[in-house]
Every structure is written in C-alpha cells, then in structure tokens.
Design a protein around this ligand. Sequence first.
Ligand code: ZN
Length: 255
Amino acid sequence: MSGNLCACCSDTLDAPVLAGPTSSGLCRVCRDEPPPFVRAVAYGPYQDHMKAAIHALKYDRLHAMARGLGRMLAQAIAQLANEAPAEMLVVPVPLHRTKHAERGFNQARSLAAAALAELRETHPEWRLTLAPRTLMRLRATESQAGLTPHKRRLNVRGAFEVIDSSLVKQKHVLLIDDIFTSGATARAAALALMRAGAASVCVATLARASRVYSNRRGETVRFDDVEDVAVMPGLVPAIASTHAGIYSSHEQSSF
Ligand SMILES: [Zn+2]
C-alpha cells in the first residue's frame, strides 16, 4: 500500500470522500467510530494479480500459493515492527466449521503460518506464536458479499467467541485474514478478543479492498455510506490505478 494512508486502518486518504475535512491522519471511518484494534496493515490493494492469487488459494485450493503470499503478508506485518509489542499471539480469523469442512482448510491460517516462517528469518527477535484455536466462529454467517456495510456489521456482530479467555488475557494479539474490505469482520473479531482481556489487537491482511467507488451518476461515494444494496452493482472503483477493488458478488466472502 502506498500514498497517504490512514494512521489506524491504512486505508487511502487520497480520496477526499475518505479523508473528510480534518488533518488528524485518520480516515472518516476511524474518526467516527474508532475500531477496537490499534492498527490494521495490508500488503497491497485487492486487484489484478493479487486478486487472482487469493482466488487460486481459496477457491482452487492451490496451496502452493500460500508460501509466496505468506511472504507478502510477512512484509505487511513487518510494517508494525517499530510499534507492535515484541511478543504477540498470532490469531487467524476462523471460518465457521461448516465452511471449513467445505473448503477443507482456512486460508487465513495457511497465510499466517507461511508469514511466520518468513518472519522467523527476517525478524528473529520477534516472538510470534501461532494460536489458531483462539477464536471460534459461532454462526455460519451469511457471505459478506452483496451486503451493504451496515448489513455486514450486523451480519458479523457477535459472530466470534474466544474459546479460552485465559489464553488471551493480557496478551497482545495479531489478527490475520486474507482481505480487509469494510473492516466489519476485523472489528467483530478484535472486539471479542478485547472483551476476553487481550492487551491489544493489531490486524494484518494480505489485501485491502477499496472503499471508494463511483456510482451510476458518476459521483464518488464511500463504500461505508452505501446503504442500499440495489445500487451496489452500479458501483465501479473510483481510483483505478492505485486502489481499485472491484466489487463482485462472489469475491469478498470473508469480509
Ligand atoms: Zn482508518
């Protein structure tokens, strides 16, 4: 991710619709509704090759992709090196057990494992422990794709539970997923961790989907402001070169 980014969620501030009027360094979403995580980082925009690679891993089950993608995720995590605690529990966002059974694996866990293997080489001083059995997804939530941001929040609210809170109490947590779109999933999972007593939660994802779109009238709108699902198919990414995330009905199932 490059350019002028939100100091908290790393979304682009290059679009005025995201930045809003102040110079706080935060995007409007983080200012209006501070997230339960300290910071979210991503390797790059959810587009082109990145999108194809994530698809290949998730839907075509090309597990060989996890290694290269994990290296990229490691680079995203390395952005936290100066500010994150030296010791963290690394928690992949879980799938619901029915989804897990259907897919056969959790891509977030594969990516986290690959990233940790890389970070052990590049940042040996960092003590990161993979803790995949920390969170549980309680409900087989409806796919987030095709939902407005408001419905996405309702869809994942209360969807996560910490399995054994004694494992996260006072611990710093690094939450991992493949794609960050509206942030609803990251918020819900981070909230569950904080309520269970975690000291802090940071989030790292491979890709970041755009929240800036042009509607049918050619106006620039923020994805978070779209409350009518009927208009969503008419939205096209507004910042094509640096930050295009293309909305489609199958692609953003985890966020
Ligand atoms: Zn933000």
